[in-house]
Design a protein around this ligand. Structure first.
Ligand SMILES: Cc1cc2nc3c(=O)[nH]c(=O)nc-3n(C[C@H](O)[C@H](O)[C@H](O)COP(=O)(O)OP(=O)(O)OC[C@H]3O[C@@H](n4cnc5c(N)ncnc54)[C@H](O)[C@@H]3O)c2cc1C
Length: 486
């Protein structure tokens, strides 16, 4: 269950060191992973987090006995051989997961596709439904797996060269002719927040193959249980934390990072700083020293990802949610419309009933918001109210009498997401996952500023929990190598 845990707290003020080996700004999953690895090798590490709990987007909250996950619905690669699984094992963290099978559903107005957890089965299912595309489907997934392996092994490879400048639609067009099948194979674009005509083929590949090959999992204890497990391990390794503390500036000696200044004016010095927060804020607001003009200009020109509206419902006993399948609900009837809006619905109590009081259930909905359409909203309260009404109306199609069972109703807008994580405009995935912002085009872990590193979804390899675990781990390895801390 979601722990109200006495170990999830700040280090006592009188126990803090005057100087650290490393300060990590942000207790998102990448910050926690990076901090845990650095603390494991005996270094003095401090994590500074503005929220009162660790996890960033991977947190949970409680209302009237219902435990809602704030944003994250499931995590890829938690099995023995997946990136998250290997990271947990290396750190000595034991955590239970529920593997999701089926992995997902794609609900279109006229038909539904169930995506099995096993990729080979999915391929067979698609080949059954679209027999004239049998070879195209096989070749498409073979190429996708090759590309996935090359990106995660960070290889220089012809397959990366081939796709690094291609959108997902362009890649699909090379293998698939059938319009409906293209729509189906694009149905999960919401997981990277950019429609297939703009999304990078590499970005879609990292996300889709991660889920389809390495599995999708729901952590026992929900998102907060996942984040807390890393936080506790970090503390066990001797790490220090300051929760409810905002980093206002990154201290500099002109060219190198030398510590952090908090909003209350306190200065804490360190050998190096890892930023797990919004990269533009890191360089344009927090960094005080000399600037690499070209690097900062590039960051100013980069585009952040979309954000979402989220609806959290706690429903009483008796509600019939059998027609609410976990997955994407699209309005599109052909591939050219797959860019249209979607909502993602899950009922996490079907996986883990203890998230709600006995016999009660949770419905969680994410609604895609097109970026240009919410940046100028002035009246967020009215926007939120109208989104609550329209989203519940959409759910009525599947649960006609839903209204009478709703016990708890809460919602979040991009403004809410920004308030809790300080990601600009509530960007769900850091930078947009477009061709010019993924792979080598995403910001590197090592920055032009000496002793200042980036970890998380604003840097490589990209968004999603599995990717940011890899990012936090990668940055820790890079630092340990450079500083000879092993
Ligand atoms: C609605 C939604 C649903 C999602 N669903 C999934 C999903 O199902 N599966 C999945 O894998 N991914 C999902 N994602 C994406 C995933 O959650 C993110 O890519 C990932 O959590 C980002 O982790 P991070 O470590 O980069 O940092 P973040 O989670 O962004 O955390 C950054 C942390 O830094 C802190 N911080 C910021 N500024 C400061 C400061 N100045 N001082 C101190 N602290 C600061 C913040 O409070 C925050 O805790 C979802 C995202 C959203 C928004």
């Amino acid at each position: 269950m979601i722990p109200s845990d006495c170990r999830i707290q700040s280090t006592k003020k009188d126990a803090l060191y005057p100087r650290y080996d490393a300060i990590v700004i942000g207790a998102g999953i990448a910050g926690l992973v990076c901090g845990a690895f650095l603390a494991r090798c005996g270094k003095k590490v401090l994590i500074i987090e503005q929220h009162s709990i660790p996890g960033g987007y991977c947190t949970s909250f409680k209302r009237k006995g219902f435990h809602f996950d704030a944003a994250v619905h499931h995590i890829g690669g938690c099995g023995k051989w997946g990136i998250v699984g290997r990271c947990l094992k290396t750190l000595g963290i034991e955590l239970d997961f529920y593997p999701l099978d089926p992995m997902d559903h794609l609900i279109f107005p006229n038909f539904t596709i169930e995506i099995p957890a096993d990729l080979d089965q999915y391929v067979l299912r698609l080949q059954d439904r679209y027999p004239s595309e049998k070879d195209g489907i096989r070749h498409f997934f073979q190429e996708f797996i090759k590309l996935y392996r090359a990106t995660f092994n960070n290889e220089k490879s012809p397959v990366i060269d081939k796709y690094k400048n291609r959108t997902y639609s362009e890649m699909l067009d090379a293998f698939i002719k059938n319009d409906e099948l293209k729509m189906v194979l694009s149905g999960q674009w919401g997981y990277i927040g950019l429609p297939p005509t703009q999304a990078s083929a590499i970005g879609m590949c990292q996300m889709m193959i991660n889920y389809l090959k390495d599995g999708a999992f729901f952590p026992a204890g929900g998102s907060q249980g996942f984040a807390n497990a890393f936080f506790k391990k970090f503390i066990d390794f001797g790490g220090h934390s300051m929760l409810s503390s905002t980093a206002e500036k990154i201290l500099s000696n002109g060219k190198a990072a030398i510590g952090v200044k908090l909003q209350d004016g306190k200065e804490i010095h360190s050998k190096l700083v890892v930023s797990n927060i919004d990269a533009r804020k890191t360089f344009c607001e927090l960094w005080e020293g000399n600037r690499d003009t070209a690097f900062v200009q590039r960051i100013k020109e980069m585009r952040e990802s979309c954000s979402f509206f989220l609806l959290y419902l706690g429903v009483s006993e008796g509600a019939d949610l059998t027609k609410l399948h976990r997955g994407f609900y699209h309005t599109a009837t052909d591939a050219s419309r797959v860019n249209d809006g979607w909502m993602y619905v899950s009922v996490p109590t079907k996986i883990c009933s203890s998230l709600a009081p006995q016999n009660k259930q949770i419905i969680s909905v994410v609604v895609y918001l097109e970026k240009g359409k919410y940046k100028d909203i002035a009246d967020w309260k009215s926007f939120k109210e109208s989104m609550i009404v329209s989203t519940i109306n959409r759910l009525h199609e599947y649960v006609p009498d839903l209204e009478k069972y709703i016990e708890v109703k809460d919602a979040a807008t991009p403004k809410t997401l920004e308030r809790y994580t300080l990601n600009t405009h509530g960007a769900a995935y850091g930078w947009e996952v477009s061709v010019d912002q993924i792979g080598d085009n995403r910001l590197p872990h090592e920055t032009p500023t000496e002793n200042l590193y980036l970890a998380g979804h604003w840097t490589r390899p990209g968004p999603g929990i599995c990717a940011v675990v890899s990012s936090g781990w990668g940055v820790a390895n890079l630092i340990m190598e450079k500083e000879n801390w092993r």
